[in-house]
Design a binder for this molecule. Sequence first.
Ligand SMILES: [Fe+2]
Ligand SMILES: [Fe+2]
Length: 211
Amino acid sequence: MAKKKTKKQDWRQAVPAAMRQAAERRYGAAAPSFNYRWEHVTAVVTLAKRLAALTGADAEVVEAAAWLHDIRKEMKQAHPQEGAKFAREFLPKTDFPKKKIEAVAQAIEQHMGLWRNEPLTNLEAQVLWDADKLAKMGLTMAFHLTGWQLTGGKSATLADIIGHGREADWMLKTLASFHTKPARRAAKKRFKAYWKLWDKLEKELNGRDLG
Ligand SMILES: [Fe+2]
Ligand SMILES: [Fe+2]
């Protein structure tokens, strides 16, 4: 008797669902008021898709890599390698194009680090790296940080949040590490907006805007 072929899952549903599960596991089953991991990954997916369209990178590779890049975040330093392993095992169970799976895994493997001494050479890996870091800059980062801080179980004043926000001294090095032109351009604007926001907020809290 011929073996019945099981229908493969639609990757555009299966891949986000796998990430959603990982994000919920990380923050507990009860919906937290702010799930930083989910917010970060969904921001990276949006940016990566847009960057792929602007640079000509393979849209399917970039989208799948963006969804899965932090799926093993609990593995800390090893999460890029573990995430790549997950992609190599999970994507064949879906209808994701087989010949593109290795490119997804390699992009995930290379996304580590807030800055780079040597640029990445593969366009899809560059786009994932840029999207991931862009999501850590600008107003997005300021609000993600605020949400993360307020749901962290410790009490935080607005002054604490400003102080924490200003600890991001790595951002200048990140700014110098972007690969693609559109990401570099947006990063410069985000960098300025990020630092300006803390200054403006502090000014309001101190009433210095009263003249
Ligand atoms: Fe990561
Ligand atoms: Fe990330």
